[in-house]
Design a protein around this ligand. Sequence first.
Ligand code: BGC
Length: 771
Amino acid sequence: MMHDTARFLPAILFVALASVADAKEPVDARVEPLLARMTRAEKIGQLQLINIDGKELEPYLAPVRTGGVGAVLNSPGPEESRQLQHIAKTESRLGIPLLFGRDVIHGYRTIFPIPLALAASWDPQVMESAARISAIEARSEGVNWTFAPMLDVTRDPRWGRVAESPGEDPHLGSVFARAMVRGFQGDRLDSPTSMAACVKHFAGYGASEGGRDYNTTWIPEQQLQEVYLPPYQAGIGAGAATVMTAFNNLNGIPCPTSTLLFRDLLREQWKFDGFVVSDWNSLSQLITEGLAADGPAAAKLSTRAGVNMEMVTEIYQDHLAALLDAGTIGTDVLDGLVREILSVKFRMGLFEPLPGKPYIYPPLLAAEHLEAAKKAAIASTVLLKNENTTLPLADSVKTIAVLGPLADSGADQIGTWSMDGLGADAVTPLAALRDFAKSKGLKVLHAPGLAISRTRSREGFAEALAAARAADVTLLFVGEEAILSGEAHSRANLDLPGAQPELIREITALGKPVVLIVMAGRPLVFGDLLDRTAAVLYAWHPGTMAGPALTDILLGAAEPTGRLPITFPKAVGQIPIYYAHRNTGRPFNSATYVAMDKIPVGAPQSSLGNESHYLDLGHDPAFPFGFGLGYTTFDLTALKIDDAEIKAGATTKVRATLQNTGARRGTAVIQLYIRDRVADITRPLKELKDWKRVALDPGKSQELSFELTPAQLSYPDATGARHLEPGMFDIFIGTSSATTESVPLTVTGSTISVNFTAPAALPSKRVPNNK
Ligand code: BGC
């Protein structure tokens, strides 16, 4: 070691002095001299993201020391990361620091609701604070790069990764994108509490055929522009430092080799100046996919597309040198790839010497982190049904039965991709309800009924039924274990697993009020089960603080304010089902629709009309996008528009009066949708453009006004260019995508081009970077 240090002393001094001297220099001025000093092997080394398997560091020390590694995935811990960084910065020839990447998806140690649930909050501040706290905790343990946010719009709840997605809508997804990137990266990328974000998976992974993970995607360019690209673009616009390629084959081309995606769109059109990392093994998978015949071909195709860094596999390490020697890849291509990585590392401040006074991080699971996680769980829980104001539970309730396999399962409530979260840290609903009951003289009876969500044995039913019989109200916690959603965890059936449906039937048959609380990574399909219950809360996988959050909701200390970020189908056969569909030439007509069991025997072929529906299910979903109840009621009246006619390019305002007509203070999420009635490329029946969250005291009213901008009234063509066409529009306002309240708007003049404008601005109140 002595010997090594002595040998590298000049380099250490050089790096340290250069860093201090250059700290204020523009990044480019620092990258170029460094690039000029690098050997080819060191350059190729920067392109390698290694995965550390297990606890043993020894095998990785030499490659780091020789500059053969650019970044590390899954470092075993903070001490190991510190050791590796020390070697990279002080023992490698040029002292180039490492990135430490990890999947910090919805929390580090304090786990927030799954991303789909965060999207259900429809609250950018909740999303941003989840990402901010994730970054603070992760950085405290040496993680400086997160593989998030995942921005794959999806309209298929069979896909296991729906749990990680922002749901079905490009606008909601874009707001989510901006909030998450800002939360992870903070105000400054070089802050000790910021992590580089990674917009993933570029692009269109959420359209996997049949909802089966890793499957092929076929997305027409028009749909790509309208639906799938906006959230990624919003994430890039918010300054995300990195982008990850998607596993899917998009229109015949595996994503990591798509020059269209990575060169033309990302770099040329969107001016992305960070770097691109491939997904796990995805460069070697090009061979399995049938695009590349061998490793060299895979390396050639991915470098051509501009994939800077390779995750886990070593296609670049193994083949780039020979390809450069042969002139198949130019030195300028290699330099370009390295330059973008170095530039991110400089922007992150990784070259600077460690500060004399280290930043003091709050502890993992700090009280304010847990409080934010609880708030997020409350904000993302969706009340789907509340018959006879069953919720919040009345004071007359003295005994509650807490049943079901998800009532006391910390590891499940934290959901998929909780790599550093622990089930043991989680406060379960049972624990929180017992805690609450102690102070309020409530009696809590508990029996799981089923050991886990997949249990088929009815062994535990008797005990659960006995508890329900003895209680005033049953709180039945059902759903999916965490392992049933997430990567590679797609499902062909979306019903409640195991004997949960039977458990619900038997408990509800007792005739006493039953509140169903569903914890799941996706929309599930319930058939008639929800009709049998008095109230239904959809809690998703709510994270570490599920228990306290749900206790507050159930007992009335808080109102659930989540709204669905994705349509809930009645049956798997309806998928894909989403609100922003286009009209058919023969739209569904409830007046002529005859359900299958009502069709007269021997009815002639066309006697039932010819409309777009299913004979056995009609047309409507179980719950529409944007839907969610609260603990009070609202009236939305006096809908009007300032100008019934505007010239293309002008702006107007839509107004309505919102009144809290119930007995408690509550929050409404008022949504604005548009329909462009006639266009050169037909438009969806509704498109979400904006929303407002409004909290009002009982009896109080507020006038709401939404600005309608040219950008909102425009739409992209297949190249991404946006046009605003004159003609008739309907402007809808309401509490879900099913609203029928609208005012007409006429746009006059001729078609104009509209520049891309980022989605609705985030509220100015920001979560501070350095707490
Ligand atoms: C996933 C990525 C993830 C990566 C690293 C892959 O299997 O698709 O989303 O970031 O693994 O863990």
